[in-house]
Every structure is written in structure tokens, then in C-alpha cells.
Design a protein around this ligand. Structure first.
Ligand code: PLP
Length: 404
């Protein structure tokens, strides 16, 4: 008999994975990978943070005990420390037990469980996502049956924030809509609101009862300071209102493959928080029953120990310093070469990404002629660069820009 699935159309590969397979299959010795959002060393190698290695060595002795099931909500200490990391240990919401935190499968799992919870229990099935945003963002909500809209965010003219557009779009969103916000290091644009702008956004959102859902995947990888990169979230939590936060340790601890993250829901009262927690268990339980232990144990070991925590902060600082250095390098080299155009956004954008402004055609040209791989939207992962490879990228950009 014919397959019961013969009618299925093929789903195209996500653009970033398509770019990555093309890179892998390119035999050129000068090929350059500026695509997927992962940190790389100056030598182009994956970076195992020394503090992570240290935590792993501590854990090795305890591995046997680590194979039992843990609660559906994850490791309690991991949850507590993750909440303190993003909200601050002195957060009123934590002290008053108004925060529920559940360990999830990295940022992706946290967003997914959060979206499913909202689909089941929140009245307004509409979410607003920045234009552009991380390519997977709409999917969490579409799958959960929540309608996806966008708000203006990036101004291609200034390569900065379209603050007016953002405010107008949020202002015309239906009352109670969910708004997805990136806590810092906006992917893919590298453009963050200032703290003053966040305050204006907060006031507008609270006045319209819009529900903030923060995605925090780069805490520490913008300013090099964990506290400073949490300011946007803390501003919203400090007003006593409700708020969702998805946290990821993929980039910030280099734990991509371990899938470590947390979903926090800040509620109005402890009583509501308890009921919310029980409902989160009800979402998680049939999904994967309980989360994995190993990666979260690494994070817990680092967060609970003052010295390791400060070592982690120093290592983050060194990572972001390298990224900032690459920005300066690339910008200076384009200026020296006299490449037409204003490239100052390379140094004014923040975090891991530069939203270059190169068109899809220009990117395709750079790939074909120079073996340089980046997202079709022109996003450059600055961590993929090194002092050695900057000249090659500059030649490619120069040639791409000269063509039109
Ligand atoms: N959120 C943002 C803004 C991201 O950039 C990414 C990955 O690139 C993710 C979430 C998902 O990553 P993970 O599931 O590894 O946390």
C-alpha cells in the first residue's frame, strides 16, 4: 500500500542551516563561516569556557547520583540561581515568592513551554515580535495557535532603532497582546533600546496591559557585565507587573549542546505563582517529563560559587572584548580601503551580531566569489572573524558594494 504520508510536502531547511551545510561542503581553504550564532576563538575554534571545564571536573565525582530522575520543574537550586541571575538577588519579586522558574531545554524550550502555557491560559492569542527578529521566534507561537504580528524595530536608514515606529506599533496593538522583547544583544540587528527608551516602552506597555515576554540569550555578552545586561528585564519586574522571561545558557556559557535554560513567570502574588507552577508542570510533563541534569549541574556549580561566578564574568568580558575588537578592526579596514558607504553601525551595534545592510544578492555574491558564509539577511556573526580573516571579508564587502 502507498505511504500514509505520501501527501506531505517537503519543508525547506531553515536558511541558517542551509548556509551551514553549504559552508561545510565548500572545499575552499579561505572559506569563512560568519553564519550560525556561536562564539568562536581568534583561531576559529569552539570555546570551552575554562570555568565550565572546572565545573565539569567537580561534577565528575558525582556522576552516578546524577542519573536519577529529577522533578518536572528541574533542579530547584538551578531555578533559584537562574532567577537571581536575571532579576537580581535582591529582587522584590523573588523575595515575595512571586516568581516561578522552571528549568527548560535552553532558550528554545523555555520559549516553547511559555508559548504553550499562554495558548492554554491567556486570554489574548496575539503576539507581537520585532521586525526583524531571531528566525525561530514566530514558530513558537504559530505552533501554539497564537497569531503573530510584528512591530517596527530596525531602521535600515540609520542602522539603528526605529523607536518611533516601535512605539506606534505597540500603541496600536490590541489591549493585552503579548510582546516578545529581547533583553539585550538583539538578534539579528545588534541594536538595543537605551535604558531611557526601555522605560518609555515599559510605560506604554503597562498602560495598554501588553504582556512582556523577554528572551534573554546574551546576558553578559553585550556590556561584559551580567547585572548591566539584565537592566531591561529588571525595569519591567520592578514595577510589580507580570512578565515572562526565557533564559538561555547556550551562548553565555558556551553550553549549546547541553540545552540549558529556564522559563520564569513573574506573577502578582505568591498564590497565583503556585498555581502557575502547577500548570507549567502540566505542560512539561507530557512533553519530556523531566529535564536533563548534566548541563544544569554545570551552571548550578558556577552560579553557587562566588569565585567561579566571578571567573565566569571575567571570561564573558574577554569574549565580548574580542567581539568589540573585531568590530573596530572591520570598521577601520573598510575605512582604510575606502569602501563606499557609512559603516559606523559596525561599531555602534552591540553583542555578537552586525546587521551589515548587505543585500541578499550581495551576500550571495560574497559566498560565490569569496567563500564567505552569512545569513541571507546580511547578519554577520562577529565571533566568526579574526584579525587574520578581516582583510578577506573587507575585500569581499568592497567588491560586493562596488557592483551596484
Ligand atoms: N533566542 C535568541 C535571541 C537566540 O539568538 C537564540 C539562538 O540563536 C535562541 C533564543 C535559541 O537558542 P537556545 O535554544 O540554544 O537557547
Amino acid at each position: 500500500a502507498d505511504s500514509k504520508f505520501a501527501h506531505l510536502p517537503r519543508v525547506p531547511e531553515a536558511p541558517i542551516f542551509a548556509v551551514m551545510s553549504a559552508y561545510k561542503n565548500d572545499p575552499s581553504p579561505v572559506k569563512l563561516n560568519l553564519g550560525m550564532g556561536v562564539y568562536r576563538t581568534e583561531e576559529g575554534k569552539p570555546f570551552l569556557l575554562p570555568v565550565v571545564r572546572e565545573a565539569e571536573l567537580l561534577l565528575v565525582n558525582d556522576l552516578e547520583a546524577a542519573k536519577d530522575y529529577i522533578p518536572t520543574t528541574g533542579i530547584a537550586e538551578f531555578n533559584k540561581l537562574s532567577a537571581e541571575l536575571i532579576f537580581g538577588a535582591d529582587s522584590h519579586a523573588i523575595i515575595k515568592n512571586r516568581v516561578v522558574t522552571v528549568q527548560c531545554l535552553s532558550g528554545t524550550g523555555s520559549l516553547s513551554i511559555g508559548a504553550e502555557f499562554l495558548a492554554r491560559h491567556y486570554k489574548q492569542h496575539v503576539v507581537y515580535i520585532s521586525q526583524p527578529s531571531y528566525e525561530n521566534h514566530p514558530n513558537f507561537f504559530i505552533r501554539a495557535g497564537i497569531a503573530v504580528n510584528t512591530y517596527r524595530y530596525y531602521d535600515p536608514e540609520t542602522h539603528g532603532l526605529d523607536f518611533q515606529g516601535l512605539l506606534e506599533d505597540l500603541n496600536s496593538a490590541p489591549q493585552g497582546s503579548i510582546v516578545l522583547l529581547q533583553a539585550c544583544g538583539h538578534n539579528p540587528t545588534g541594536v538595543d533600546p537605551t535604558l531611557q527608551q526601555w522605560e518609555v516602552i515599559r510605560q506604554l506597555m503597562r498602560s495598554k496591559e501588553l504582556l512582556p515576554f523577554f528572551d534573554s540569550a546574551y546576558q553578559g555578552l553585550v556590556s561584559g557585565n551580567l547585572e548591566e545586561d539584565a537592566q531591561s528585564v529588571r525595569l519591567f519586574v520592578a514595577d510589580g507587573g507580570e512578565c515572562f522571561i526565557a533564559q538561555s545558557y547556550s551562548k553565555t556559557m558556551g553550553l549549546y549542546a547541553e540545552r540549558v535554560g529556564a522559563l520564569s513567570i513573574v506573577c502578582k502574588t505568591e498564590e497565583v505563582a503556585c498555581r502557575v507552577e502547577s500548570q507549567l508542570k502540566d505542560v512539561i510533563s507530557p512533553t519530556y517529563f523531566t529535564p536533563p541534569v548534566y548541563g544544569a549541574s554545570i551552571v548550578t556549580a558556577i552560579l553557587r560559587n562566588r569565585e567561579m561566578y566571578s571567573q565566569w564574568n571575567s571570561e564573558l568580558k574577554a569574549m565580548i572584548e574580542r567581539l568589540i575588537n573585531m568590530r573596530k578592526h572591520l570598521f577601520d579596514a573598510l575605512c582604510d580601503k575606502g569602501t563606499p558607504g557609512d559603516w559606523s553601525h559596525i561599531v555602534s551595534q552591540v553583542g555578537m551580531y552586525t546587521f551589515s545592510g548587505l543585500s541578499e544578492e550581495q551576500v550571495a555574491f560574497m559566498t560565490k566569489e569569496y567563500h564567505i558564509y552569512l545569513s541571507p539577511d546580511g547578519r554577520i556573526n562577529m565571533a566568526g572573524l579574526s584579525a587574520k580573516t578581516v582583510p578577506h571579508l573587507v575585500d569581499a564587502i568592497h567588491a560586493a558594494v562596488a557592483r551596484n
